[in-house]
Design a protein around this ligand. Structure first.
Ligand code: SF4
Length: 540
């Protein structure tokens, strides 16, 4: 049939992929945290899928469920049915403290007078007490459930615990398809129009076209019970004000949003946004601050693009910082040894992101220090290439996408790091950066490296890639059972065994790994001090 392409039966469907990712995430958390990992479930309309996935990992995983004493009787029956069918062996019912209820809500009508206080004593406090014994937990939230959930990430940190949302990127249709495929019973109220099921007093059915949670606290501004407030608080930066145009692209709202069509960080108008920032919001805000601070004080500037995931995130942040157009060149130090896929990625996204790309060739290996080991000499070509680029174009400041958690020598870095004119770095002579007070005032002629990602971790980078939909080179994903975790040149970078072929699978893998990110970099194994020698000599 013209225009018809038969489905490729050998490729997993999107639902199969999501199933593997979600299960990997749960498996990794169970392996890492053991009985200090729990599932939190309401045994509501969509709960069967997460519970089924968890039961397949291990039916002994503790399941915490709140009995607010206001639940529908059908929910109690559904809990008993699902528990038996899935073989769950550790379902724990969390009840509100009887004395607190007797004093604060003696008539049981607090939900009508002060629903936040009612949720606090019947849900938030009991769960907080129960979670005190756990280091990680998973819940069934999805981005498509409500506007207020569009920014959730599959792995978050909250109150010192790992919080997983393994179904974050599933759609309602996929949840239903999975439920049917595994013959899981539906909550009896779903047929009556209840798409999200909480307490009897505060839940109504939803109409066609309403989002699934529209029936919760209908008529009130309240949209969440308080169990899922925005995560970790960082007070370095104030909540964006709607009148500040420089924040427009960060929030993904307003005219500039077309530069970042996949931004999901905050679907709300700024005036309605919660007071708190998520940890990714705070990391993003600090990086954007660093970009703007550098641009205000140091010229001319350039950004180094290694073609890897970190520098892609750096470019993304720079585009946000400068409202879509990066106002300085982006330099790729080309050894001629990048993988073909990396070159293809560079050429595609240099155009798509409208970058002013400099791609000068690095000096040959013969020009490098012959006392370095062979792999390190290949890497040292980049140091020479950088010195050459700085000299050729007269750059005073260079943005580099290094992170403290990558390598011990990089952990000694500063965000604004003065260098010798030849790129050399004296680790014993660096300005303090107490409480993130950056010193960006240097004497004229000082050459500065600026590190906008220094405070990020590898997992942060992937969670942000997932949240923002940032493109990355295909080599990061499993092919023939292997993938690259840190992307360098051919001959000095090795892939490692991995089945992670999606961003969610990469995140799940990283959440459980104990292997260093740079384990595949040849030069890191050649001698104990080689990385420090390279960096002192100007390497990134
Ligand atoms: S959902 Fe309603 S009844 Fe249930 S705890 Fe919250 S306010 Fe109280």
């Amino acid at each position: 049939m013209p225009g018809y392409t038969a489905p490729d039966e050998t490729k997993p469907t999107p639902l199969a992929r999501r199933t593997i990712s979600a299960q990997n995430l749960l498996r990794a958390a169970w392996a890492e945290h053991g009985t200090r990992f729990a599932i939190v479930s309401s045994f509501g309309a969509d709960s069967a899928v997460l519970l089924h996935l968890a039961a397949r990992v291990d039916p002994r995983i503790p399941v915490l469920t709140l009995d607010t004493e206001k639940l529908f009787p059908a929910t109690h029956r559904y809990r008993e049915t699902l528990t038996a069918q899935l073989g769950l062996t550790d379902v724990r019912l969390l009840k509100p403290d009887a004395v607190t209820v007797a004093t604060r809500d003696p008539l049981g009508l607090l939900f009508d007078q002060d629903p936040d206080a009612c949720c606090a004593i019947r849900k938030v406090d009991p769960l907080a007490s129960a979670l005190a014994g756990f280091t990680a937990w998973a819940n069934g939230r999805r981005r498509d459930q409500a506007d207020t959930r569009r920014g959730i990430s599959s792995v978050e940190a909250e109150d010192g615990r790992v919080k997983l949302s393994p179904l974050a990127d599933w759609s309602a249709d996929e949840i239903e398809a999975y439920r049917l495929a595994h013959d899981l019973p539906a909550h009896p109220l779903v047929d009556q129009g209840y798409k999200s099921i909480g307490c009897m007093s505060c839940t109504t059915p939803v109409q066609a076209g309403e989002d699934a949670r529209a029936g919760r606290w209908r008529g009130l501004e309240k949209t969440e019970c308080g169990l899922h407030q925005a995560a970790p608080v960082v007070t370095l930066f104030p909540t964006p004000k709607p009148s500040n145009p420089s924040q427009v692209s960060i929030s993904g709202s307003g005219d500039r949003v077309s530069h970042f069509p996949q931004v999901q960080s905050s679907p709300l108008p700024a005036a309605e946004r919660p007071e708190r920032l998520t940890d990714l919001d705070a990391l993003e805000a600090q990086s954007i601050f660093i970009f703007r601070e550098a641009f205000a004080r140091i010229r001319p500037l350039a950004l180094l693009w290694s073609l890897g995931k970190d520098s892609n995130v750096m470019i993304w942040l720079a585009r946000k910082a400068f409202l879509g157009e990066i106002p300085f060149p982006v330099a790729h130090l080309d050894t001629g040894l990048e993988f073909d896929e990396a070159y293809a990625f560079r050429d595609k996204y240099a155009k798509e992101w409208n970058l002013n790309l400099i791609a000068d060739s690095c000096p040959p290996i013969e020009a490098t220090d012959p006392t370095l080991p062979p792999g390190a000499r290949v890497a040292a070509r980049k140091s020479l290439g950088l010195a050459q680029t700085v000299e050729r174009y007269g750059f005073s400041g260079i943005f580099a996408g290094i992170r403290r958690d990558e390598q011990a020598t990089r952990a000694k870095e500063r965000v604004f790091s003065p260098r010798g004119l030849d790129g050399t770095w004296d680790v014993r002579d660096q300005p303090p950066e107490f409480w993130d007070q950056f010193n960006a005032d240097f004497p004229p002629g000082t050459h500065i490296r600026i590190h906008p990602l220094l405070h990020w971790t590898e997992l942060d980078i992937w969670r942000y890639i997932e949240r923002e939909g940032i493109p990355v080179c295909e080599l990061y994903f499993s092919k023939n059972g292997k993938r690259f975790r840190s992307l360098g040149e051919k001959g000095i970078t090795e892939p490692f065994p991995s089945e992670a072929s999606t961003i969610a699978e990469v995140i799940a893998e990283l959440a459980a790994t104990r292997t260093s990110e740079r384990a595949g970099r040849t030069m890191d194994h050649e001698s104990e001090d080689v990385f420090e020698r390279l960096r002192a000599g100007g390497y990134l």
